[in-house]
Design a protein around this ligand. Structure first.
Ligand SMILES: Cc1cc2nc3c(=O)[nH]c(=O)nc-3n(C[C@H](O)[C@H](O)[C@H](O)COP(=O)(O)OP(=O)(O)OC[C@H]3O[C@@H](n4cnc5c(N)ncnc54)[C@H](O)[C@@H]3O)c2cc1C
Length: 142
């Protein structure tokens, strides 16, 4: 017998039949399915995690939308006097204050969880214009 014929016979001997392959594959699939079903049974006996609904008003920056925060209240003062009242209210309630205008900043520093958010966009008046010096005096939310 030539060397080539011996190698071919050896290869045929080591090769598994189609029937053996199908049987082994279906057994493996069955075992995987049983494992998966057991896992599903285990998970159904575990109560689902309780995700509490966040309280407050959702705010975010307008560009990245990466700074979602729940503030307690959004207040829009239109005068310095109302700003003072808001600060007093925050002190009385023991709350932090955050200040935001157009919300273009993407750093998240304009919001705080549970804060009284002072939205300064209503503070939009021009207070004074010095033509000689070229100085414009405006409110903080303009
Ligand atoms: C895409 C992009 C491009 C930009 N390009 C430029 C640019 O070319 N030049 C430039 O100068 N800037 C640029 N900026 C920065 C942006 O314009 C500044 O962050 C701007 O000051 C935001 O103003 P705002 O009213 O939206 O303030 P917010 O984003 O609401 O707040 C910004 C910060 O100011 C504070 N703040 C807001 N209002 C008041 C207020 N009335 N009193 C006290 N504190 C206040 C907030 O607490 C916060 O810390 C860019 C930003 C983005 C996202």
């Amino acid at each position: 017998m030539s060397g080539d014929t011996r190698t071919t016979k050896k290869l045929h001997k080591n090769r598994i039949s189609r029937r053996t392959f199908m049987k082994t594959a279906s057994m493996a699939a069955g075992a995987l399915c049983l494992g998966g079903c057991a896992e599903m049974q285990n998970s159904s006996s575990t109560p689902p995690p309780v995700i509490s609904k966040p309280e407050g008003i959702a705010v975010n920056d307008i560009h990245s939308q990466l700074n979602s925060t729940f503030v307690h209240e959004v207040l829009k003062p239109a005068s310095v006097e109302v700003c003072r009242l808001i600060i007093q209210k925050a002190c009385d309630q023991g709350r932090v204050i955050s200040v935001a205008g157009g919300r273009h900043s993407m750093g998240g520093q304009q919001f705080a969880d549970g804060a009284l958010l002072m939205d300064t966009r209503s503070l939009n008046r021009v207070l004074d214009f010095d033509r000689n010096q070229g100085v414009l005096n405006v409110e903080a939310g303009i």
